[in-house]
Design a protein around this ligand. Sequence first.
Ligand code: FAD
Length: 1001
Amino acid sequence: MSTTAATPARLPFPYRPEGEVVANALARVRGSLDWPAVVATAAPWVQAVRAQPAPFWAMESLLREYPISSAEGLALMRLAEALLRVPDAETAVALTADQLGRADFDGAAEDGPHKMLANLSASAIALSKRFLPDSVQPPGLLQRLGARTVVAATVRAIQLLGRQFVLGRSIQEAMDEAAGQRRAQAGLRFSYDMLGEGARTEEDAERYLASYAGAIAAIAGGRVAASPMASDGISIKLSALFSRYEDTQRDRVFATLLPRVWRLIEPAAQANINLTIDAEESDRLELSLDVLDALAARVAATFPGWQGLGLAVQAYQTRSLEVVDAVAAIARRHGLKFMVRLVKGAYWDGEVKRAQEGGLPGYPVFTHKHHTDIAYLACASALIGHADVIYPQFATHNAGTIAAIVQLARRAGAAFELQRLHGMGEGVYREVLRDPAIACRVYAPVGEHRDLLAYLVRRLLENGANSSFVHQLADEHVSAEQLLASPLQAAAAPALPLPVALYGATRPNAAGVDLACAAMRAPLQAAMAGVQIEPVAEAGRAEVEAAMQRLQAGFGPWNARPVAERAALLLRAADLLEARLPDYCALLVKEAHKTLGDCVAEVREAVDFCRYYAEQAVARLEPQTLPGPTGESNTLRLHGRGVFVCISPWNFPLAIFAGQVVAALVAGNTVAAKPAEQTPVVARRFVALLHEAGVPADAVAWLHGAGETVGAALVAHPATAGVCFTGSTPVARLINRTLAAKDGPIVPLIAETGGLNAMVVDSTALPEQVVDAVVQSAFRSAGQRCSALRLLCVHEAVADGVIAMLRGALAELNVGDPADLATDVGPVIDDEAYAGIQRHVQRLRAEARLLGETAVASAFPRLVAPAAFEIGRIAELQTEIFGPVLHVVRWGGDVLDVVRQINALGYGLTLGVQTRIDSRALRIADAARIGNVYVNRNMIGAVVGVQPFGGEGLSGTGPKAGGPHYLYRFCAEQTLTINTAAAGGNAELLAAMGSAGTAGV
Ligand SMILES: Cc1cc2nc3c(=O)[nH]c(=O)nc-3n(C[C@H](O)[C@H](O)[C@H](O)COP(=O)(O)OP(=O)(O)OC[C@H]3O[C@@H](n4cnc5c(N)ncnc54)[C@H](O)[C@@H]3O)c2cc1C
């Protein structure tokens, strides 16, 4: 079992109301800061910088014209992110044409504040665009030559852009450059950062480790520095040193990552230089403190005199003040002194998205920019207060923040340093550092072009965002007063709606769980401890018959209830289910052997189904008045069909079961619900919950049993008015035939079946993103999702690299007991499934090339090792293997050919596309006969009402579950036409004409 369960939290709940947290931060700074004095200090800096603007070629000048909030700025950023890694000229031309071609650079220039520059760059871009091909006309020779020249120039421009933020390609080059800068500005210190982030494999991690170690050796240069404060140091990212630096992988973090960090700490401590651990995403915050604590214990034992160990703290976290106190507490406990770099935080947009997707109770970061500024100052004050154990390092480019910090620190008489990023804030710091008493360190990225792209994009975002200080400083429309306005005033409400309000005021987003948060994890773990799955008896023939009679009798009264009343019962069920999420998760873990993360997602999906169909029913199933001639009223009315049979699978035993049942119910049907044989218990619990919510006993019946007996009897029953089925294509065919063979009314079949789902990857895609998406799509839930990726089609130019990374990522997966939080891949559902998958794998071992597989150490039953095999052709894939087995093919030539081959497989459920060429992604989607297409992300986890789910061809009949057309298929329709003039005349018409004053005699 992972240590995650046992670790108590050091920090408070991350999702406390923003107002409360900001009030607390404000209380820490109010009274200790003289803001008019801050303005008096900073205003001359601002004026001086503005008097000497950046040269026209500087990136800030470019971003001033094309901020990333504009289509043009976005196009430039996306080009910068992708172009340098594209291996062939043809694709590079396509990418450049795609991005430059879609934005209107000519138009953007007209209103810009710096017309000349704007016109220059716009004309250059517009001219370049003329050489780039469009999709309508084939390029001529001149254009082809021109296109290559444009692309070569663009590549060069992006390299130059990148160079602005990178001190050198190697540590030696960077140190030489630093020496040059120090000649101009004595006393400047540097913290080198070896570019590249997020190891996906052990090889990546070892490479980064070696590069950090080499850099430390170079920085130390065989000497022992006088003090870590006065000398250059290094910044490291823990995610670069271990691919699984995640809260759920604590045991491995301590076993694998810690020794690696120690291999860097030892030489850094021996050389007496600063080693700072960068701050990353908020779900690693607690973990990062635990890592620091463990490292500190070892430092105290081995290098008790070293004061160079450091950590970056992000002020935008709602827990930032407590982080500062926790770091100080760790230092005190071990008798050490740390260097702490205070930053505002670089991953704000990602944090917001994660909270929204996860339905979390709030945001882990502030939503108002100036709240981050307040927290920054409060943290600064707290750091200064811990001067006995912390040497504070304030990293910011914001002139107001800098002036405030200098004021706070000087009043307290505390030692400190300021920090800036290489390539940013140079103007402001030129002014600030006129004061020789102020120390400054430059964060200096080192690396080759390919490694800097992710870093470059973060810097572009930062420099181009409207809210950013550097951006506003460059914008003369923003006055110095506005720029330096006091942040010390809390906003009344968050700037973003909370994640619960993602879908507007009428439909709450289902509440989720942050599994990295101990307080939210605990109820799930407690619930799991109390759950046992008892065997349940199958329904016999007589019970099926009795249930059908009861449901038939119940149909009339249920169907007669107003839609709003039925919808209200669904909403009540949703609330009950949401409140009992831990119990249902525990049931799912024990009965369906799903991992906890999957279980949370599944319960949320079921809650969303209840709320979505309730909302849709009210919006769509109420009577509609239709147009017609005068003297007549026409109304379209929808009502239930009768008894609907719902047959659901074991892979989503709650979400799919619930979705089918509540859709049928809210449309006015009564429901005979048959869960999969393997997973009756969670389904029974859900039906009990529906009854508790007020759905009558004779409106829905739970009937457990085998498909061949109970399922077959239900489908063949004369009272069955419709069937909703999710499962395999062969069973859907069987049901279809049974229904066709029946006498009596012809009833609808809604079938959602499997897929041979593919992902198409071209050479512009980011391999790390591809591998993340592949691992999640192919192996999560042990590949037991209809949407799961079965066939990866990767462009031949990048295939070797992607495959190598995939192999490394496969090696890092944890296969084991689904109740353990550390488990990525649990068992397959039953022995039959296990045997079938193993047979297929055996065949692949003989016929295909094994690319990689996960070693399985656990003895938990029915574990299948996730594996990837290379096959020769797309057409070789014929049947859906419902397990963690991925097939890989390479492709070249026309990507639409690949899509045609995928279409020819006959299935049409999900498709993944990985490309930076937006027009290509759209062309692929247009050509694909596939229900759900996902671009540049994973292809699983469709969200109700957001990605309505379901396919075509062999993948099902439609309509899509969780979509706006679903409920109609459960309804019968009636029009009601009333001759309102039947009593002898059209009184209404006459009255209307009379009132209009035009009636004749
Ligand atoms: C030396 C150095 C080292 C760094 N190391 C790290 C690191 O380890 N980890 C890391 O994450 N970042 C790191 N950064 C990046 C840093 O987070 C950003 O550079 C910094 O946030 C920019 O702040 P500013 O004071 O210069 O600019 P400002 O323009 O004053 O602040 C911009 C910041 O405000 C915050 N913000 C923007 N919009 C909102 C909003 N709507 N609501 C709430 N907050 C908002 C964001 O944090 C944004 O970055 C480092 C920066 C420097 C200078």
